[in-house]
Design a protein around this ligand. Structure first.
Ligand code: SUG
Length: 453
């Protein structure tokens, strides 16, 4: 099937890196805590991600690939005082501070919903696409991602007449920014100006905060991103996520809500003031043309799917996608099929003629899910007008040839079993660098990584 013409919403999925492991690093992410220290299967993980990308490309979606990062990250370990040759650095870190080694070896950059916030050119005053890499300030293993993320985005979206790359916000508790996972764009058509909804966990004032787990996104950070992207103040909104659900494991908004085109699907407990959001969407989404789609607000009640089921199945971390024929589909994780209430809710949505969702496509993403990363965590959405799409580095688009090449590449370099002790193995570092070196050639990314510079 050929890709649609005109403006499209492209998905850029993160390739899982060769060190994918379960280290229990993420506070407030119940899957990460539950699976800590289990053996992982990096090869299985990268192949699961590639299968999803290939399936979406086969539907005619514009599907891109974002590279993993270099891990274990020796420069970060050196910055923390581990010295010597690479093998010495790994050995010392493993014996003196294994938790630091695990943080510097995480493959967490696969969850590209946290790579950046992106606003399409139709929403920005200067008519360019704006990118702000997320600082991921709340977790050490993620706070080392933005520098390479910024490089990768610049290597893919190179044309500075069309693309603007901002710096990540300062990495302080007041400015915690986790990117697109807390940002939703609604529109009547991808090519029309949209509404941008920013969801934060904490404001600087004395409004309620979660008690148990960190609020990763702050209001100040969301406001800064909206300013940088030159969004029209009447077409962006800042909403607070309910602190109670953060304490139940909803560490990003995309664990409890998802939007696409004119549809916002959310759990009853997602926001502190859902009425205000509903009013804003209903008031502002109406397009000017007669053919404009009306907003569709789909609320799932707690009595239908309790928050706990939502967190374990990642129902709201499904992707809502529109292939070129304009139909809308739910892309869900297998775990949704395994929870009867969740599966029944999906069936109800698909059968209800009052919404445009035509069907569901289910994927096995278990390797990522065990670290709390579902279908939507693995992708960064970038709405691109036709000329913008033509300006993207062409080698990153998923198609039959790239799928075949990356599958062979993964089978060549990736292990099918990894435990935490392996992170200190210098051979794993060599294998990873070999894989990434070849990948930068496959994707035409130049010298992206520190070890190549
Ligand atoms: O930041 N997990 C990631 C999952 C990110 C999911 N992203 C979105 N919801 N958009 C996180 O919590 C676990 C790593 C470990 O424990 O080994 C981790 O970082």
């Amino acid at each position: 099937m050929s890709i649609a013409r005109g403006t499209v919403e492209a998905n850029f999925d993160g390739l899982v890196g060769p060190t994918h492991n379960y280290a229990g690093l993420a506070m407030g992410n119940v899957a990460s805590a539950k699976n800590a220290e289990q053996p992982s299967d990096p090869r299985g993980a990268v192949l699961q991600g590639l299968a999803k990308m290939k399936a979406l490309a086969d539907l005619g979606m514009a599907q891109g690939v974002l590279p993993p990062q270099e891990r274990p990250h020796i420069p970060s370990l050196k910055r923390l005082g581990f010295s010597g040759r690479d093998a010495d650095v790994l050995r010392k870190a493993h014996s003196e501070a294994p938790a630091l080694l695990a943080a510097m070896a995480s493959a967490s950059s696969m969850w590209t919903a946290n790579a950046a916030t992106v606003s399409p050119s139709m929403d920005c005053a200067d008519g360019r696409v704006h990118f702000t890499p997320a600082n991921l300030a709340t977790h050490l293993h993620r706070a080392i991602e933005p520098e390479t993320t910024a490089r990768a985005l610049r290597a893919i979206f190179t044309d500075d007449k069309r693309f603007v790359h901002h710096e990540a916000l300062p990495a302080t508790p007041q400015m915690g920014d986790e990117g697109a996972a807390n940002h939703t764009r609604l529109c009547s058509d991808y090519g029309a100006p949209g509404l941008e909804l920013f969801v934060y966990g904490a404001a600087g004032d004395d409004s309620p905060r979660p008690q148990k787990y960190p609020a990763r996104q702050t209001l100040a950070a969301s406001e800064a991103v909206a300013r940088l992207h030159q969004l029209d103040p009447s077409r962006r909104y800042f909403a607070q996520q309910k602190p109670e659900v953060i304490d139940q494991g909803v560490f990003h908004n995309d664990v409890i809500a998802v939007g696409n085109r004119e549809v916002l699907l959310y759990h009853e407990q997602a926001f502190t003031d859902k009425k205000a959001i509903q009013d804003w969407v209903r008031r502002c989404l109406r397009g000017s043309s007669v053919s404009a789609r009306e907003p569709v607000l789909l609320e799932i009640k707690d009595s239908e799917v309790p928050v706990e089921d939502a967190v374990h199945s990642y129902l709201f971390n499904s992707q809502l996608i529109c292939p070129p024929d304009g139909s809308m589909w739910i892309v869900a994780a297998h775990e949704c099929e395994e929870r009867p209430r969740v599966w029944a809710a999906i069936q109800r949505l698909v059968e209800d003629p009052a919404n445009p969702i035509a069907g569901v496509k289910v994927f096995d993403l278990r390797q990522s899910m065990r670290n709390g990363g579902g279908p939507a965590c693995l992708r960064l959405r970038v709405v691109l007008a036709e000329a913008e799409r033509a300006a993207v580095n062409p080698k990153i688009w998923m198609n039959d040839a790239l799928y075949t090449r990356l599958t062979a590449w993964a089978n060549k370099y990736y292990r099918d079993r990894l435990v935490l002790a392996d992170l200190a193995d210098p051979t794993l570092l060599d294998e990873s660098r070999g894989a990434l070196d070849e990948l930068t050639q496959i994707l035409g990314l130049g010298s992206l990584y520190d070890f190549q510079r």
